[in-house]
Design a protein around this ligand. Structure first.
Ligand code: SF4
Length: 344
């Protein structure tokens, strides 16, 4: 079971420049100052009183390893007694692929950092340059090698839909990242946030974001690929913070407060349509799915069932969880028998 996470958002701290799409303060809804040691310990203590131990401590939203070395040590030092006591079991930091060297990796490993999440965004150098990232795909491969040599797990963040990106390039980036064997992935389709340089490009008409439908189809293909390879996707789409929900914050792009559920629903809809492809219009069916997947199969606001009825004329009378199905399996019971299949 995953440890409860105690998050610290250090928005833009350590970042050498501002990437054209990024506004961590809007994403996290917090100012992002580096926490003082007392503040750090007080928050961990609060979590420790109510959450199951051990905890995972996470520094998100900035470039942790570009902070001055003494700042990195200052943030990690108070965690050491808590690691020894078993209160803290894991430490995670986010950084850029070009902000790592052997000394930094040794420092992180020595102070108990277990996971480094790399903001990769794309493995296409032209897309990276257009996003003002300031690093290349070669830096990503180098960062994986360094971290793995230091015994630190690597998480990867990808951002389909950046300027110059395409569905094919995004899927190619995913394949190249999967070839590096990340421990986990986050996928954030690009949004146009107010106050960013991407917002200026959007306003002047030189950038068109993915539509919600395009982002859902692309992220469904990416999610399926990760599932096939056994790599967990721990987040799909930005978390729906109050700040992001504020009118005028997200100017354009595939924003949906329950983006992951829409994407999961898309995968199950494709399977549902495939399985019922041979049934005549007007057939009524019952669907069995793995436990925990009923709402994904039904879709947001029953969207999948409505879509199947309108497009194929198939009426789903009920969707039931069934323990005997494999995690990716689906069974359709119709008047003439029973059809079974799986996502992959
Ligand atoms: S994307 Fe990462 S490196 Fe770029 S500005 Fe945002 S936090 Fe900093």
């Amino acid at each position: 079971m995953r440890s409860p996470i105690v998050p610290f958002f250090i928005a833009h701290q350590g970042c050498p420049q501002r990437c054209i799409f990024c506004d961590q303060r809007a994403i996290a809804g917090s100012g992002g100052e580096l926490p003082a040691s007392g503040e750090l310990l007080a928050r961990i203590e609060r979590y420790a009183r109510s959450a199951a131990l051990p905890l995972e401590i996470a520094f998100f939203g900035g470039t942790f390893t570009s902070l001055p070395r003494e700042e990195q040590e200052r943030l990690l030092a108070p965690l050491q007694p808590l690691r020894a006591a078993g209160t803290v079991g894991a430490i995670r930091v986010s950084t850029r692929p070009d902000a790592l060297d052997p000394e930094t990796v040794a420092l992180l490993g020595g102070m108990g950092v277990t996971v480094v999440e790399l903001g990769i965004q794309s493995m296409d150098d032209r897309v990276l340059a257009a996003a003002g990232r300031g690093h290349t795909a070669a830096d990503v491969a180098r960062a994986f090698t360094l971290l793995r040599a230091g015994g630190i797990a690597v998480g990867a963040q990808l951002m389909p839909g950046l300027p110059g990106d395409s569905a094919d390039l995004a899927l190619d980036s995913l394949q190249r990242v999967l070839a590096l064997a990340p421990a986990m992935l986050r996928i954030y389709p690009t949004l146009v946030l107010a106050g960013t340089r991407l917002a200026e490009r959007y306003r002047e008409g030189s950038y068109i974001p993915l539509s919600l439908d395009e982002a859902v189809a692309l992220c469904a293909a990416m999610l399926l690929e990760c599932r096939k390879r056994g790599v967990p996707v721990i987040r799909l789409g930005l978390q729906a913070t109050a700040e992001l929900a504020t009118p005028g914050r997200v100017l354009a792009g595939p924003w949906h407060p329950a983006f992951r559920q829409v994407v999961e629903g898309e995968l199950w809809y494709a399977l549902l349509e495939r399985l019922t492809g041979g049934l005549v219009s007007g057939t009524a069916v019952a669907v069995n799915c793995p436990p925990g997947r009923v709402s994904d199969v039904v879709g947001q606001k029953r969207g999948n069932l409505d879509r199947l009825r309108v497009r194929r004329g198939i009426a789903v009378t009920r969707v039931t969880a069934n323990n005997s199905l494999p995690p990716h399996g689906l069974a359709v019971v119709h008047p003439g028998g029973h059809l079974a299949g799986a996502l992959f």
